[in-house]
Write a protein that binds this ligand. Sequence first.
Ligand SMILES: *[C@@H]1O[C@H](CO)[C@@H](O)[C@H](O)[C@H]1NC(C)=O
Ligand SMILES: *[C@@H]1O[C@H](CO)[C@@H](O)[C@H](O)[C@H]1NC(C)=O
Length: 260
Amino acid sequence: MARALSLQSPIVCLLVCLLLRQTPVEGATCKDCFTHSRAAYYPNSDEHGTDQGACGFGSFGATINGGDVSAASQLYRDGVGCGACYQVRCTNPKYCAENGVNVVVTDQGSSANTDFILSQRAFGRMAQTKDLGASLLQLGVVDVEYRRVSCNYPSKNITIKIDESSNNPHYFAFVIWYQGGKKDITAVQLCETQNFSCKLLDRSHGAVWAVGSPPRGPLSVRMLLSDIDDGDESWVVPINNIPKDWKAGEVYDTGVQVDF
Ligand SMILES: *[C@@H]1O[C@H](CO)[C@@H](O)[C@H](O)[C@H]1NC(C)=O
Ligand SMILES: *[C@@H]1O[C@H](CO)[C@@H](O)[C@H](O)[C@H]1NC(C)=O
């Protein structure tokens, strides 16, 4: 477009091109633009993330997405940010690949003005090659740019993992795995499917939703997905129910997936 204009009038181009060039730095109004920040990595020797992550995902939080995971500081958003996906790329052209790495938020944390504490694997994968990845790791903390991207789990439906702390009939807690797309789960309803009554649940901590005295009978978990940018909201209703004899530690496929 700028090129076509430039043929007609170099002066128009001068103005338009300058405007075009400036749009990307207007962070807040620009959905797909990158934001400048810094990233560090977990000091433990494990390549993956941590299975003690604040989101409450357990070992899923360490190994999901091949272990390309991260702790977030303000992007953690009191747990709403759990499961969100970001493209993170470092900016030093000597080491860094153009596309960087896509990570899933599974923990909370910050150090030295960072937005991300990446798994070692994810941190190294921001580099152009494995050798450069080793050099990058030696820097410890690097300048990065990031943006929210869609999570993509092509062979998975949204899945409910019953937390080990659940002891029917007094307490029911779970986390939601494999939410595709780039919206936030901002509310959850637990529905009893035989007499059909629903109640809104509280976020216990991180990505963990919980209720005391869960209804008997098969259960259905409805999720409100919200777009942080345009306020757009929609309820996702599962196809499969959680059977009435659910067990702590088990996973149940909802039969639905989203890509928005
Ligand atoms: C549904 O309601 C009936 C009548 O109120 C009750 O007897 C039954 O236990 C309820 N079923 C479940 C699964 O809550
Ligand atoms: C997702 O759920 C659908 C039913 O809605 C099912 O046919 C499909 O096999 C499930 N996909 C996976 C990967 O389990």
